[in-house]
Structures are given as C-alpha cells and as structure tokens.
Design a protein around this ligand. Structure first.
Ligand code: 8YV
Length: 314
C-alpha cells in the first residue's frame, strides 16, 4: 500500500517529525514551493494531511492548492494562525492540542509572575556580574496575598487562578462572559480589573477581537507598581505602548513569553531590567510536548481514517 502524503509546515519537535516520517511520505512546505503559490501541483495533489504548529499555522490560500486534503493537525492550542472558517466551509476537520498543556503554561505564568515581582533573573545577573561585592540588590515586591487579575478565564486561566490561590491571592478575571462554576470574581471592565490588580496575567486567546486589547489605557491603569504577565500571544498587547509605558514608568514591569514578531524581540525591551523575557516556552517541557505530539498524531490518524478527532477545533 502506498504511504499517505503529508505536508509539514514549519519545524516540529524532532520525535514528532520522526514519527510522521515513519508512517508517511512527508513533504516539507519548502519542498512544494512555500511560500505560496505551491510550486509543484503534482506533489500538492498527493497531500492528504497538513501537520503544523500553533505559532506557524497554515495560510488560507494553500487550501485551494491541496485538493486531496482530509485533515489539518496542529501542534498547540492556539488557533489564531489557522484558517478555521475556510476549513469549516470545506468540511475539513482541524485538530489541535488543548488541555494537555494547561498545567505547564500555568506553571510558567506563575514563574514569570514570581520573577517579575521578585526580580529573580535580574538578581541572578547582579550576582554574576559581581555587583553584590559592591552593594545590596534592591528590595522587590511581595507576591503572596496580592491582587491578581486574569484576562481570559479559559482552561489555562483557571489553572493560573488555582495556583495563585495557593499564594493567598485575591483573584478576579475579565472574560467575555462570567464563567460558570468558579468562585473567582468576574470583572466586566478590563480597565477596572487593571486598576484593581497588582498583577495582570494574560491567558486570553488571540483573535481579531483581542488584538491590542492591552493598550496604553489598560497599562496605565495597571500602574507604576503593576506587573503585566503575558503567556497568551504578543498580538494581544500593544507592544509599542508597552515599551513606552515601561520606559516612562507608567507601568512597573512586564514578564513576557510571547511577542508580536517572534522570534524578534524589540531592542527596547532587551534594554529594560524590570522586564523578564522568555522565548515562547510556556508549554515547553518534555512531558507536555510529548503529550502534545501524541495528540497531534491521534488527531492526524483519526482524520485520515475519517473518524472523529480526539480534539477537533471548534
Ligand atoms: C506552541 C503555543 O505550540 O499551544 C500553543 O498555542 O503557542 C505553543 O504551545 C509550541 O511552542 C510549539 O511551537
């Protein structure tokens, strides 16, 4: 029996790439002429599945050039780079990897919050450059018992809230609608939430509606002692406003795992000591990435077999 042909878009974790190659003919996007238009129509016509990742996605224009496509399987929970409407219109199932990464993303959000408030990375730099020999590290900001605002109380936001409860934090959230079955306070006004909060954690899904949701007004409301933590997407924050607010002291600090133009991080952010920067690594543990790879493969298998996907994007 001939092997199924897949189109891999962007890099994937090596173990997942190996698993794909074991069972399928894998074309890399560049093999058939990415970026669009796909240059080799004969190769494109063989493609029955696309495997991609959340930060890379799939350009909508490619769908028309892949007439044999039966499933799209994406490594990650974010759906902002996937052509969901066009796939839905074609009856094409799209798989993704929700839930399995909630804990690790929430863990990193707490790590960033702790670092942003207690300045762990800055203190590490202080020790390494032997500055301790010449003086004391400045005192930092308390975490326990503070006010935490969560923007987007989905599965990851709730995992953050549960962790913050262990730090005796007062927790409130902003969401399109109040979430059923949770004890935390819903704050319908994002500005009011930012004004109230000491720390604002972003776990909201990226979409046209949430683009630059965190603007200069929200940052000013969070204030000179406030800390912004972003494990959602760079697009959710007005990055230019964020830089200006950090530079002029309107906002106290930021701890960021995601950026507008990854992997490019604005020079201005690199220059600021009250900013913690990580390379979009929130889901990046061996355990979670393996679970994501397993679910990516399970979605792919189900789609190729014409079965219900274990995790189908809405
Ligand atoms: C990436 C993510 O998938 O799940 C998401 O939406 O952004 C991440 O988990 C991961 O970094 C692999 O590229």
């Amino acid at each position: 029996m001939s092997r199924t042909t897949l189109l891999q878009v962007g890099p994937l974790m090596p173990a997942l790439e190996a698993a794909l190659r074991e069972q399928h003919e894998v074309l890399r996007a560049q093999d058939i002429g990415a970026p669009t238009p796909l240059r080799d129509p004969a190769a494109a016509a063989r493609v029955q599945a696309v495997v991609t990742s959340a930060p890379v996605g799939l350009p909508v224009a490619w769908l028309d050039q892949l007439p044999g496509l039966r499933v799209v399987s994406s490594f990650g929970v974010g759906l902002d780079k996937l052509p969901l409407d066009a796939c839905r219109a074609r009856g094409l199932p799209v798989g993704y990897t929700p839930d399995v990464l909630n804990d690790c993303v929430a863990d990193l959000a707490m790590g960033l919050l702790l670092d942003g408030a207690r300045q762990i990375a800055a203190a590490d730099r202080f020790v390494r450059r032997a500055a301790w020999l010449r003086g004391r590290f400045p005192v930092t900001t308390r975490v326990s018992g503070k006010r935490l605002g969560i923007v987007g109380l989905g599965r990851i936001g709730q995992a953050v809230a549960r962790r913050a409860a262990g730090f005796d934090m007062d927790i409130a959230y902003n969401n399109r609608r109040p979430v059923d079955g949770v004890a935390w306070r819903h704050e319908p006004s994002l500005l009011a939430l930012a004004e109230w909060a000491d720390f604002l954690v972003l776990t909201v899904a990226a979409s046209a509606d949430t683009r630059q949701l965190i603007n200069a007004d929200v940052l000013a409301a969070l204030g000179p002692k406030g800390l912004l933590v972003n494990v959602a997407r760079g697009s959710v924050v007005d990055e230019a406003a964020l830089i200006a607010c950090l530079q002029n002291g309107t906002l106290g600090g930021a701890a960021l795992d995601v950026f507008d133009d990854e992997p490019h991080v604005p020079e201005a952010l690199l220059a600021l000591d009250q900013v913690v920067l990580t390379p979009h690594m929130a889901s990046g543990t061996h355990e979670t990435r393996q679970a994501m790879a397993d679910l990516t493969l399970a979605n792919l298998r189900a789609g190729l077999a014409g079965e219900r996907l274990p995790a189908r994007a809405p």
